[in-house]
Ligand binder design. Structure first.
Ligand SMILES: *[C@@H]1O[C@H](CO)[C@@H](O)[C@H](O)[C@H]1NC(C)=O
Ligand SMILES: *[C@@H]1O[C@H](CO)[C@@H](O)[C@H](O)[C@H]1NC(C)=O
Ligand SMILES: *[C@@H]1O[C@H](CO)[C@@H](O)[C@H](O)[C@H]1NC(C)=O
Ligand SMILES: *[C@@H]1O[C@H](CO)[C@@H](O)[C@H](O)[C@H]1NC(C)=O
Ligand SMILES: *[C@@H]1O[C@H](CO)[C@@H](O)[C@H](O)[C@H]1NC(C)=O
Length: 426
């Protein structure tokens, strides 16, 4: 849980009601899902709940599954205090499965439905209820969530989706809401004339070693040319152990010129806290992922590996930035003081937060109610969502022509002896 521990220590200082949402966003990220089974976020303990005496006019949200392996257990008439920030906050969190037909919405966290068998879905259902499909991970990492035939059992089952995709009925903003526009004022540039010289080169924090995106392959190839400081679980030191003080990932990231915001898959819109962590500090993110980054960020805000024909070409570009602070700053200046505040729509406004939105939907008058059924949630979730990288760095899975591939790699990488002996300032 290297991410969560780090984020968590930072979050202690954020005295805001949606701390929990951001915290969940971090901890529920697919990358850390398996680790978090051992070390689940303490949803109940960390969230102050009010037990409402008068619940007239309140809607009930039943948590049918565990969430991130944490069994949900709420006392009757419970409302998390952060719901109070929502324009419509009259909703209760319930967990008793005795009368599922009394709930207005039934929430299913997909990874926690993994072992479902026949008696594990609610028996009684009314036509006015919403069954909610929730996932914050990417399709590529959830292929093995459950056997395909079980997905079939969920045809015509769900009414609403809650995911990181904007075309979900309820957009789950957890990752992007981690972006803090006001961070612009915290930039160290201008206060420290040596800020650039003092920076180390490239940082990668990683805890999943084998991914659908093959990011590990890209890093391996990139590090033929430039030194990449790697921390995490993949045979590299864990920064939370090696740093003596509180594990402050934001601080560590800010000590570098570049941060590898490499996602675990190339799926539409799928970006995680790996991106926002970089946006929130004085570091230039190098991105690998399936999102259209320029649809929600200034073009200069990220360096996309897919804009370079090869890791070698990217390395050349990074070197040119490392040698010229003016060029380097062209990727950071969008967030310097004096620049217009860059916001990402729908990520911080209370009305768009996922449980605010759900509560609002539940309270809609009859004529505005959503009537919806997902005939195949499996198709909605998987079809056309993920792709292969556009630049060659990934070894084909069933390579028939190994010699051809090796030539491609040699072309792409250059011969090993041309590697630079670059040392980090670390
Ligand atoms: C930055 O700080 C100044 C002075 O404290 C303040 O007026 C301004 O609103 C801040 N800008 C942002 C983007 O937070
Ligand atoms: C990405 O977003 C930009 C800005 O919204 C748009 O102009 C561009 O066509 C999009 N690219 C793709 C591949 O969809
Ligand atoms: C750095 O890059 C800028 C912008 O391209 C250029 O004007 C400047 O001459 C470069 N500086 C050096 C020392 O090469
Ligand atoms: C939700 O889906 C079920 C099952 O397909 C359907 O019977 C019900 O009418 C739907 N409810 C709403 C509110 O759309
Ligand atoms: C890299 O370093 C090794 C050992 O220090 C040295 O033998 C080799 O010649 C160097 N390569 C280059 C390209 O400088």
């Amino acid at each position: 849980m290297l991410s969560c521990n780090g984020e968590h220590s930072r979050l202690k200082s954020i005295n805001s009601a949606f701390t929990l949402i951001v915290f969940l966003g971090c901890c529920f990220s697919g990358l850390f899902y398996r680790e978090s089974r051992k070390n689940a976020p303490e949803f109940q303990k960390k969230t102050p709940f009010f037990s409402r005496k008068d619940t007239e006019g309140y809607k009930k949200i039943l948590f049918w599954t565990a969430w991130n392996a944490q069994r949900m257990s709420f006392s009757p008439n419970n409302q998390p205090d952060w719901l109070d920030e929502c324009p419509e906050s009259r909703c209760l969190f319930v967990s008793s499965k005795k009368r599922p037909q009394d709930a207005d919405a039934v929430f299913f966290s997909m990874p926690d439905l993994y072992h479902f068998g026949e008696g594990d879905l609610p028996g009684a259902r009314t036509k006015d209820q919403y069954y909610i499909f929730h996932l914050d991970e990417s399709p590529d990492t959830t292929k093995e969530l459950m056997p395909w035939h079980k997905w079939g059992a969920l045809d015509n089952f769900f009414n609403l989706t809650m995911t990181y995709r904007r075309d979900s009925d309820i957009f789950s903003e957890v990752y992007l809401s981690g972006y803090e526009p006001h961070i612009m004022n915290l930039t160290t540039r201008g206060t420290d004339p040596l800020w650039f010289e003092g920076k180390r080169d490239i940082l990668w924090l990683v805890s999943h070693c084998h991914t659908a995106s093959k990011r590990e392959e890209y890093v391996r190839r990139l590090s033929h040319y430039l030194k990449v400081d790697e921390y995490g679980k993949c045979d590299a030191p864990d920064p939370c152990r090696t740093q003596r003080k509180n594990c402050d990932l934001a601080n560590l990231v800010g000590k570098y010129k570049f941060y590898l915001s490499f996602e675990n898959s190339f799926c539409n819109e799928y970006v995680t806290e790996k991106l926002t962590r970089a946006l929130n500090t004085d570091v230039v993110p190098i991105v690998l992922g399936g999102a259209n980054y320029s649809s929600f960020l200034p073009k200069s805000a990220v360096i996309n590996i897919e804009d370079f024909a090869s890791p070698k070409n990217l390395a050349k570009y990074l070197e040119s930035l490392m040698e010229n602070v003016t060029l380097y700053e062209s990727h950071l200046s969008w967030k310097y003081p004096g620049q217009p505040l860059w916001t990402i729509p729908g990520t911080r406004e209370p009305q768009y937060r996922r449980f605010c939105k759900l509560c609002e939907i539940l309270h809609r008058p009859p004529e505005q109610r959503i009537e919806k059924i997902y005939p195949s949630v499996k198709d909605w979730w998987f079809d056309g969502q993920c792709r292969e990288p556009r630049v060659p760095f990934k070894r084909a899975q069933h390579s028939r022509n190994e010699a051809y591939l090796q030539n491609v790699f040699v072309d792409t990488l250059g011969a090993p002896e041309s590697r630079k002996n670059k040392t980090s300032k670390a």
